[in-house]
Each structure stands twice: as C-alpha cells, then as structure tokens.
Ligand binder design. Structure first.
Ligand code: ZN
Length: 207
C-alpha cells in the first residue's frame, strides 16, 4: 500500500472519529461522508446480515483452491456483489502449487463510485486453508478446514459493507477486494501464502 492510500485511510478514520465525537459537524464537501453528514445519519451495520453471509459461504464446504466449494463460493460472492454495484471485476490468474498442481485463482474486485480518483480499499480473503495442521485429531491434519472464521467472516463483513454502500452515497470511491489463494501455503512456507494480494499489488493499474 503506498503512502497516498494510507493517507486516505487515515483521513477516513479521522472523519469517522470526528463525526462520532461531535454533534456539530461542519459540512465539507471534501469529506468522505459529506452526503451522510448532511442528513445527520450513520447507516447501520447489520451483524445478522454479515453472519448470514458467513453461513452461506460455509454451506459450500471447504473453499480451498481446486475444491467444489471454491468454485461455488466464487460464483456466490460475485452474484452477491452484482446486487450492490455494476462494477465487479475479476482478476484470474494461475499459480504453480504443490505436487505439480496448477491453481486457478481469482481476485474479485467490487468498485463503488468507480469514477472517483480518491479511493479507499478494504480487503479480505475468500479462500480457506487446504489443511488443518493444528487439528487435535491426527486424521484431520491434512484435511481442508471449513473456514467460518478464517475466510468467511472477513468476506461476510465486506458483503454487508457492499449492501450499505449501495444504499448510502459517499464522496469517495471504495473498492472491496476479495483475495484468493491467501491461505494456500504449508505452515512457515511464506512464499506460498498471500498469492492473491501479491498478484493484486503487481497488477493494479497505475493512475
Ligand atoms: Zn486466513
């Protein structure tokens, strides 16, 4: 993440903090939440919606690359995002995995206010770990995990944010980025982690 983007994040955090600490917010069209401030309204993040989104993903089973659940979750997240924005982009890429496997991986990028130059990004990974090294039962150690927390929960939060962003106009662009292949690596084999974020960073179009 470059310094410019970090500045935007700090600006957003400050705007939220300022808003929540003071009732007399000055109207300023350059602030990200100007439209919301005008109406003195903070949209509600619905935890039940986010939880339901976690459940929907977990129902597909493990979502490690190459699994049935992986394909099902890819379709699901895309179709959910299309309810909330007309700008859903896919970054498809392949990766040479363990045992000569070729992984088909996809980052999903949902853009809100795609025309805005000032943008804020939120990331979560949607893939789940292909093996449960820390399982107490030895027989489970090489089995994929269900990933309710590690995988589905972050995506549940972003999907609920997508709903909120559709219904509430803000002055900034927002990108919700669902990364793939983040948790593929064997324990301590860091080169095989964060595949989606490395691809995203290397292929993000310069402005
Ligand atoms: Zn993870």
């Amino acid at each position: 993440m470059d310094l410019k983007k970090i500045n935007y994040l700090i600006l957003l955090s400050m705007a939220v903090l300022f808003y929540s600490c003071s009732k007399e917010v000055k109207q300023d069209a350059t602030k990200p939440f100007y439209e919301l401030q005008k109406n003195n309204y903070v949209p509600k993040f619905d935890g039940n919606n986010a939880y339901a989104q976690v459940e929907s993903q977990v129902k597909f089973g493990p979502r490690n690359p190459g699994s049935k659940g992986h394909q099902a979750a890819l379709n699901y997240i895309q179709s959910e995002l299309k309810k909330y924005t007309g700008s859903v982009e896919l970054q498809n890429f392949t990766y040479a995995g363990y045992d000569s496997a070729t992984l088909q991986l996809t980052n999903i990028i949902a853009k809100f206010n795609p025309e805005k130059k000032n943008r804020i990004m939120f990331f979560a990974h949607w893939d789940t770990r292909p093996r449960a090294e820390h399982a107490t039962k030895a027989a489970l150690k090489d089995k994929p995990i269900l990933g309710a927390n590690d995988g589905a929960s972050g995506c549940g939060v972003l999907l609920e944010l997508a709903r909120i962003l559709k219904d509430n106009k803000i002055n900034y662009g927002v990108d919700l980025v669902f990364l793939d292949g983040e948790d593929y690596g064997k324990e301590h084999d860091l080169n095989n982690f964060c595949l989606g974020s490395k691809y995203f960073a290397a292929n993000y179009p310069a402005d």
